[in-house]
Design a protein around this ligand. Structure first.
Ligand SMILES: Cc1cc2nc3c(=O)[nH]c(=O)nc-3n(C[C@H](O)[C@H](O)[C@H](O)COP(=O)(O)O)c2cc1C
Length: 184
């Protein structure tokens, strides 16, 4: 059953771009619930569901998170490069639970766990877009430093940061390859 018109859902998907500045408006609880629920519906190899989420709330925790971020070249000395993240009303650290990830396939399980988790992230971003919320997925950080700063155990590995909020400006959609260009 289709609940949204074709034009609407294509447009919603088209709005999923990385937004790096947010209005000082909080995210409605119901919308956040939907976003997190959509995340939890993500696909995973053998239904392992290798993910965990950490909602970063206090300013101290936010600072610790920012301190692990890097520039787009992942330059080790660029720690703290993504201070813009602080403007987001909701910041989520997306992590894999390595014991769950490794149990079936050993080390190879980690690759699948990361792939699965990014699919779940896209579910969450889609739900956010349906609510008119913008998001950003961030991977330019040092996971070991973030793990240490947030005092996470060895088996909880951060793989992404997700920001959610109302965009401050209407951002242009970056150019995409056409379908013809990606089919060989
Ligand atoms: C896995 C992944 C990691 C990313 N990490 C960062 C990041 O750390 N900081 C950032 O500003 N943007 C990050 N981005 C955003 C990309 O730069 C962005 O998606 C790309 O330029 C295309 O733009 P759009 O998403 O706005 O369409 C990341 C995107 C992906 C998919």
């Amino acid at each position: 059953m289709i609940h949204t018109s074709r034009a609407e859902w294509l447009e919603i998907m088209n709005t999923i771009i990385n937004v790096r500045s947010y209005q000082e408006l909080s995210v409605p609880e119901l919308a956040l619930e939907d976003v997190l629920y959509a995340f939890s519906l993500g696909p995973s190899l053998a239904n392992i569901q290798p993910w965990e989420l950490l909602m970063v709330k206090g300013s101290d925790e936010r600072e610790k998170l920012i301190a692990s971020t890097l520039d787009p070249f992942l330059t080790p000395g660029s720690l703290g490069a993504q201070a813009w993240i602080k403007s987001a009303p909701v910041i989520v650290v997306v992590m894999i639970e390595k014991r769950r990830a490794l149990v079936r396939l050993g080390e190879r399980g980690e690759i699948f766990a990361i792939q699965d988790t990014f699919c779940a992230i896209q579910n969450a971003r889609l739900a956010a877009a349906v609510h008119g919320l913008s998001t950003s997925v961030i991977r330019e950080f040092d996971p070991h430093i973030l793990q240490k700063n947030l005092e996470l155990p060895w088996y909880i590995e951060p793989v992404a940061i997700l920001t959610i909020g109302y965009s401050e400006e209407e951002k242009e959609i970056p150019p995409r390859l056409t379908v013809a260009e990606i089919i060989s």
